[in-house]
Design a protein around this ligand. Structure first.
Ligand code: 2ND
Ligand code: ZN
Length: 352
């Protein structure tokens, strides 16, 4: 069994973390106070607990309602910069060495910011966070479009415009049922023509058709969650038979951005011990471990890994595998991925 210090020290790679799902409760309180936004609790510990309890609803739709408060306090350059900087500092303190953090620029325009001003604010915040963090970290942005809205093409163009300025990819998020990824096919086809990278939230609240569309119609490089791929696997004890889609995902090494605690809260999995990540890792899918929303799940990379270690008896060798899987699946250029694997991840695990 690893000590908490070891888990914290281990270099971790995070591909799926929402900027508006990772605020410090104290920061939500302070920013809300500045703009007169009413919150359900007045003290930081109670507010943090409120987010976790409210997100613990068993439904993705209700889980998403908690974001009304975090998005409301992220509507000015100063507020966004602060949240972005604190995000990077918190991840670094948790031992994350590389992070792709996503958010939907279209949700931060209510006080008059332009899409470009939002992306610039996050960029400045990330740069500040990387400069002052207590441990080295590389943080990059993914731009999310909301799947129930109609701005995905615009956001895809924004991601391409900022590709050399800290944005490494695109995503769609929001309620999954009723909003298939093919609604945004034009945006995905545009990104492919631009040689750009994207991930799609799929197979979280909705099943295999959503995963199939994301991969075979839209051309997703990675899957956000993808837990329902388990529905295409027949397993009995140690024997497993993969359907065509599951086989395709494994054969093509399509990365699964798995977020165990978030899945318990939205009802996508019943418990950590029953979470499909156990079987998928055993079957050598390209599994990665992620936080999704640290505020709403009251979690961190160290906590997610610890929960998995307890449920599946994972050790440092498994943590190393998750970190390298994630680093291989990152959207930064190959040589930069390799440098982090060879100079940061492998040396630490070799000496611990
Ligand atoms: O797990 C999720 N599934 C779908 N949508 C999500 C999830 N976590 C956060 N979101 C939404 C709510 C945020 O406001 C938005 C952009 O980060 O993405
Ligand atoms: Zn997510």
């Amino acid at each position: 069994m690893m000590t908490p210090e070891q888990v914290n020290a281990a270099p971790k790679v995070l591909l799926h973390d929402h900027l508006d799902g990772g605020l410090r409760p104290e920061t939500v309180l302070e920013l809300a106070g500045e703009i007169g936004h009413a919150l359900p609790r007045a003290e930081a510990p109670e507010l943090g607990a409120w987010f976790v309890e409210s997100a613990d609803s068993g439904s993705l739709e209700r889980y998403l309602e908690t974001f009304d408060h975090t998005v409301a306090v992220m509507q000015t350059t100063e507020a966004i910069k602060r949240v972005a900087s604190e995000c990077v500092q918190d991840l670094a303190a948790d031992g994350v060495v590389y992070a792709e953090v996503r958010y939907a620029p279209e949700q931060h325009l209510t006080k008059g910011l332009s899409l470009e001003q939002v992306v610039d604010a996050v960029r400045e915040g990330f740069e500040h966070g990387m400069a002052v963090a207590e441990r080295p970290i590389v943080a990059r942005q993914l731009l999310t479009a909301m799947r129930h809205k109609a701005r995905s093409m615009e956001i895809a163009e924004l991601a391409v415009a900022y590709r050399d300025a800290g944005v490494v990819g695109f995503d769609i998020a929001g309620a999954e049922a009723g909003y298939p990824p093919t609604r945004h096919l034009d945006a995905f086809e545009y990104l492919q023509r631009e040689n750009a990278h994207f991930t799609i939230h799929a197979g979280e609240a909705f099943g295999l058709p959503s995963i199939w569309q994301a991969i075979q119609w839209c051309g997703a490089d990675r899957l956000g969650h993808g837990v329902r791929i388990i529905d295409d696997i027949n397993h009995d004890g140690d024997k497993a038979e993969l359907g065509r889609l599951a086989a395709y995902v494994r054969d093509r090494r399509i990365p699964l951005e798995m977020c165990p605690s978030s899945n318990l809260q939205t009802g996508a999995a019943a418990s950590i011990a029953e979470h499909p990540i156990g079987l998928l890792a055993k079957l050598r899918f390209r599994v990665t471990v992620n936080t999704d929303n640290r505020l709403m799940s009251g979690t961190s990379m160290s906590r997610e890994l610890t929960l998995l270690a307890e449920a599946f008896d994972y050790g440092l060798e498994d943590f190393r595998w998750f970190a390298i899987n994630a680093m291989k699946s990152a959207f930064i250029p190959f040589d930069e991925r390799l440098a982090i694997i060879d100079n940061v991840i492998k040396p630490w695990y070799a000496s611990n």
